[in-house]
Design a protein around this ligand. Structure first.
Ligand code: SAM
Ligand code: SF4
Length: 311
């Protein structure tokens, strides 16, 4: 971890062309540059979350106007997964505003959702909050491929953003998912008021997981009215590009995903992020409760780098 942190800091502050050159060279060694994974994300349970994540419109601690919705039915999820597949998605992620995955009927329903997603031939991912080892194994048995659980920021800055759980809670769910044989999707958010040092420390935490996460989502804060971060200052585009490039260099084999906040990036900024090593995006015009670029905007972008929009 200390070595990763020092290396991350050194890379982050390189002149931008040196950083881009290094990141792109490593990217080409480990990946095809025309291979951009297309993921879709569905909110299966929305709002009323007991956690107090300062960025999140779904936290019950803030009056955000996000409409609450109880756990969806299995047919609704099957329909959404089929529609995502028809739009060219390769991976389908089930997101729930829970502090921890529940037991009983709701959990059995989520397992059935996973089976339905797999039956469509899609990769299945879920993000349900904290998991016990037993729940992680049940998800794996139902066919789940990946579990998302973001570290969000550095260990030091974390308590300024979330007080209802600890960094260690986060890491122990990641361990449970890994031990059950699931692949790991874990990343963070930029624009929470963190310093470049925090970004480097977060990437170093992720890189020091052994094995490293197969997927690393990089979110840009989507300011949600009513949350403590509703007026947070947006980060500079170059800081996003630097973060993607350092993620690529520290975790050469992982998929680095441009996640929330892609709507705030110009096509040129997105191309620069792909050049820096991003190779996964969310498609579909909604991401949980936030807007996301429409297919009409993504298609020319993917075509420009020779990537396909279809399965
Ligand atoms: N409740 C589960 C959890 O937190 O693990 C899963 C759902 S949660 C909404 C998934 C991720 O979305 C968070 O970890 C965070 O990184 C990201 N996210 C949530 N609200 C966001 C916002 N306003 N802007 C950017 N990213 C956000
Ligand atoms: Fe709940 Fe997840 Fe939102 Fe935090 S990020 S408030 S855990 S839904």
């Amino acid at each position: 971890m200390p070595e990763y942190a020092a290396r991350a800091r050194e890379l982050y502050h390189l002149p931008i062309f040196d950083l881009l050159f290094e990141a792109h060279s490593i990217h080409r060694k480990f990946h095809r540059v025309d291979d951009v994974q297309r993921c879709a994300l569905l909110s299966i349970k929305t709002g009323a979350c007991p956690e107090d994540c300062a960025y999140c419109g779904q936290s019950a601690h803030y009056r955000t106007g996000v409409e609450r919705e109880p756990l969806l039915s299995v047919p609704r999820v099957r329909e959404a997964a089929q529609a995502a597949k028809d739009r060219g998605a390769q991976r389908f992620c089930l997101g729930a505003a829970w502090r921890q995955a529940p037991d009983g009927e709701p959990f059995a329903r989520v397992l059935q959702m996973v089976r339905e997603v797999k039956a469509l031939g899609l990769e299945a991912c879920a993000t349900l909050g904290m998991l016990t080892p037993e729940q992680a194994s049940a998800l794996k048995d139902a066919g789940l491929d990946a579990y998302n659980h973001n570290l969000d920021t550095s260990r030091e800055f974390y308590p300024a953003i979330i007080t209802t759980r600890t960094y260690e809670d986060r890491l122990s769910t990641i361990r449970a998912a890994r031990q059950a044989g699931l692949t790991i999707c874990s990343g963070g958010i930029l624009g929470l008021g963190e310093t470049p040092e925090d970004r480097c420390a977060m990437l170093a935490e992720l890189a020091s997981l052994d094995p490293q996460p197969e997927s690393v989502p990089i979110n840009l804060l989507m300011p949600m009215p009513g949350t403590p971060l509703e007026n947070a200052k947006p980060i500079e585009t170059l800081d996003l590009i630097r973060t993607v490039a350092v993620a690529r260099l520290l975790m050469p084999k992982s998929r680095v995903r441009l996640a929330a906040g892609r709507v705030r990036l110009s096509p040129e900024a997105q191309l620069m992020a792909f050049f820096a090593g991003a190779n996964s995006i969310f498609i579909g015009n909604k991401l949980l409760t936030a807007p996301n670029p429409a297919a009409a905007e993504d298609e020319p972008l993917l075509a420009a780098i020779g990537a396909s929009c279809r399965a």
